[in-house]
Ligand binder design. Structure first.
Ligand code: NVA
Length: 307
């Protein structure tokens, strides 16, 4: 059975470290290794909007010697015209790997069950593991380490990025603080899942409702849109309820002097983060965006070796 990257904890702590080290190697030598030479075709399906994910996978697959095949999910009618299982069986006969951005985590799991080839989560409602690998690579570049650092995720901590931070940060041995109001925190089962990992890595996972207390002394301060893709009809309520969690200069002043600011983008200046902070000296957002490519190249390389 092939390995997949469906959720952040599909990688053990040792495997996550291995993938991150590989990402750094590939970044240093972007046109060197060609594990997808042949070329191996990688099917990419986007059921939600994309900029960074499509372009970083497309460029990364090319650099690895492979071929990126964009599959129109609406035209294929995944789950409607054909079942997810049948789409998986067909794509597994045409492509060497499958990259899918969709809504339900359960659909992604079904794709992996029937594809016979590695499936990579390019964002679901529940997780965004490729972003987390890029974020961890970025933090290790700026801080020289991961374990023991405190990372605070502000705002809609119940979204895919909050869940992924809990799992991937715990896997990396970081102290993850999730700061959102009631209703915007990960499910208790997700917190427990992350804490079980943290117990093995020396990390921790904490929920702190007060954003000022959450950010105090933080090494890394992260936020994300308050209106994730698919939540547009809740926009007005979300903007009102999450307003106290805006990442602005006043809040950031409580973090460590050398704290870095992260955002997976797209960002909404003046909403979840001010332009001053997003475009300011602590921000590492463009490194994060670039590192998507290097991290995903490492994931595809790692999965290809384990087919
Ligand atoms: N939480 C955001 C992440 C975007 C990359 C969303 O799901 O829209």
């Amino acid at each position: 059975m092939p390995r997949h990257l469906l959720a952040d904890d599909d990688l053990t702590p040792a495997e996550q470290a291995e993938v991150l080290a590989l990402a750094a190697e590939l970044k240093a030598d972007p046109y060197g290794p060609k594990p997808l030479d042949g070329p191996v075709t990688v099917a990419m399906i986007f059921d939600k909007p994309t900029l960074r994910t499509q372009t970083s996978f497309g460029a990364g697959i090319a650099e690895l010697g492979g071929h990126a095949m964009l599959v129109d999910g609406a035209m294929a009618g995944i789950g409607k015209r054909e079942s997810v299982a049948d789409v998986a069986r067909v794509l597994g006969r045409q492509a060497g790997q499958i990259v899918w951005r969709t809504y339900a985590q359960s659909a992604l799991e079904e794709m992996a069950e029937f594809s016979g080839v590695p499936v990579i989560n390019a964002l679901t409602d529940d997780f965004h593991p490729c972003q987390l690998l890029a974020d961890l690579l970025t933090i290790s570049e700026h801080k020289g380490r991961l374990a023991g650092l405190t990372a605070v995720f502000l705002g809609d901590a119940a979204c895919n990025m909050g869940n992924s931070w809990a799992l991937a940060g715990a896997t990396a041995g970081m102290n993850v603080v999730l700061s959102g109001p009631e209703g915007y925190q990960p499910e208790p089962a997700m917190i427990e899942r992350a804490r079980a990992i943290a117990a093995t890595t020396g990390g921790s996972v904490t929920v702190e409702i007060d954003p000022t207390a959450a950010v105090a002394g933080a090494d890394v301060v992260i936020t994300d849109t308050w209106v994730s893709m698919g939540k547009e009809d809740e926009a007005a309520a979300r903007l009102a309820e999450l307003a106290p969690y805006q990442l602005n200069a006043e809040l950031l002043a409580g973090a460590a002097d050398d704290a870095i600011v992260m955002h997976c983008l797209p960002a909404y200046r003046g909403k979840e983060i001010t332009a001053e902070v997003l475009d300011g000296p602590a921000s590492v957002i463009w490194d994060e965006a670039e590192n998507r490519r290097h991290a995903q190249k490492a994931v595809m390389t790692w999965l290809q070796a384990r087919r």
